[in-house]
Design a protein around this ligand. Structure first.
Ligand SMILES: [Zn+2]
Length: 308
């Protein structure tokens, strides 16, 4: 919220970042803070304006919507250009949020440019985009650019415990799993279907040293859409096995539910074997991307995870 701290509000911001990196969360927090009547750096969360913002009912926060896979010139004209001239209803500012701004075609961007060239003083436009490059240079040069980099793990944990009421250890797992990508962390704790897949992975890892080869082959028949997540879980598990092997401390583990199996796995594996396993996960990741036989790649990887 540096822009707010310096009281240097620009008329246009270009917020870029990959999907799930928190662009919308940032835009929501930014507009709420801008319109909060308590005038703090962060939205107070209690005033009428904040409550309207939280419930998506703020008359001075306008989200530009679009129907097809393109934001057309009519979308921009009807929802933005013709609306900016109307003074804010109840606030000092009027915020327009254009999500997926990269979907604006050239005509739409040129229409937006008209407003960006001479915006009314109360107007703040937030363009959210996965990539800046597809926007016209004339648009980009009029925007303050903000990049939503992945958040530090501690912030993700704090956000998840505060907003989703999950226990600390689950929030930590989700944060570590998601590599700081808030959207992925939220998906981790809220997606039921994926969590069934995860249960299977934990069952597999708990018993990995006792399974027969056919059982392993069977366990590694994983739906294409779930494979990458399974590799992430393997990485997380190996990370913990390594941490336990080096420190002997269960407290340092991310996977607090799996302490026993991690301890067991750490005892029988050498550092060299674990190192090979970590590299095998990376290798499997590469192989899956290049369309080789996925079941066999995963089976080979699973066998590597058992190396001692
Ligand atoms: Zn407030």
């Amino acid at each position: 919220m540096t822009a707010l701290r310096t009281e240097n509000i620009s008329h246009a911001y270009l917020i870029s970042g990959e999907q799930g990196s928190g662009k919308n969360m940032f835009a929501d927090a930014f507009s709420a803070a801008l319109l909060c009547t308590e005038n703090g750096e962060e939205p107070c969360g209690r005033c009428k304006s904040c409550i309207q913002a939280q419930t998506g009912n703020h008359p001075d926060i306008i989200r530009v919507t679009h129907e097809k896979s393109v934001i057309s010139v009519d979308d921009i004209r009807e929802q933005l250009n013709s609306n900016v001239v109307v003074k804010p209803y109840s606030s000092e500012y009027k915020v327009f949020i254009v999500d997926e701004a990269e979907l604006m075609n050239e005509a739409a961007q040129n229409a937006l440019l008209k407003t960006l060239e001479e915006p009314p003083e109360y107007v703040v436009i937030l363009l959210l985009s996965e990539s800046e490059d597809v926007l016209l240079p004339t648009i980009r040069s009029r925007c303050v650019r903000l990049n939503t980099r992945p958040l530090p793990t501690a912030d993700v944990v704090e956000y998840l415990t505060a907003n989703y009421g999950v226990p600390d250890y689950r929030a930590t797992t989700a944060a570590a799993f998601s590599g700081g990508n808030l959207g992925a962390a939220i998906a981790f704790i809220t997606t039921d279907g994926a969590s069934e897949e995860r249960t299977k992975v934990w069952d597999f890892l708990r018993n990995i040293d006792d399974l027969s080869i056919p059982q392993i082959a069977d366990a590694m028949r994983i739906e294409a859409s779930e494979r990458e997540e399974v590799l992430d879980l393997f990485s997380l598990w190996l990370r913990d096995v390594l941490v336990f092997k080096s420190t002997g401390k269960a407290k340092k583990l991310i996977l607090q539910n799996e302490v026993h199996s991690i301890e067991k796995a750490a005892k029988v594996r050498s550092f060299e074997a674990l190192d090979r396993a970590v590299r095998a996960v990376d290798e499997a990741r590469r192989r899956l991307k290049s369309n080789v036989n996925a079941d066999i790649s995963l089976e080979m990887l699973a066998l590597k995870l058992r190396d001692r």
